[in-house]
Design a protein around this ligand. Structure first.
Ligand SMILES: [Zn+2]
Length: 114
């Protein structure tokens, strides 16, 4: 049960990272720098505002500084990745979801570019 929670949390974290990759790689931007920021007011996202899904719910889908809406796509990608990780883990073990999400990441980042 504890490991199930770890797999889901790991999937959510990978989903959060995928959001960064999906947004930045097609634009030729670094995935490490600069830190994530609000696209409206450019306020740097603090660590407590960057917890997958929970921060979105806590902030009620709005930037803590300017109050502009945060796209629902971010938590959706996180939840879908967490769920996919967990279902694949239940069916095939731990390493399969890692591989499948790498394939998803490449296809998603490519579709965002078009
Ligand atoms: Zn903002």
């Amino acid at each position: 049960m504890l490991f199930d929670g770890f797999v889901i949390a790991f999937g959510l974290a990978i989903g959060s990272f995928l959001n960064v990759c999906i947004h930045r790689i097609p634009r030729g931007q670094s995935i490490t720098r600069p830190r994530s920021s609000c696209p409206h007011c450019h306020h740097f996202i603090r660590p407590w505002e960057n917890i997958p899904v929970f921060s979105y719910l806590f902030l009620r889908g709005k930037c803590s500084q300017c109050g502009e809406r945060i796209s629902w796509v971010y938590p959706t990608v996180e939840v879908m990745t967490g769920l996919t990780f967990y279902l694949l883990f239940l069916k095939y073990g731990f390493y399969t979801p890692v591989f499948v999400n790498m394939v998803f990441f490449w296809s998603a980042s490519d579709s965002d570019f078009r």
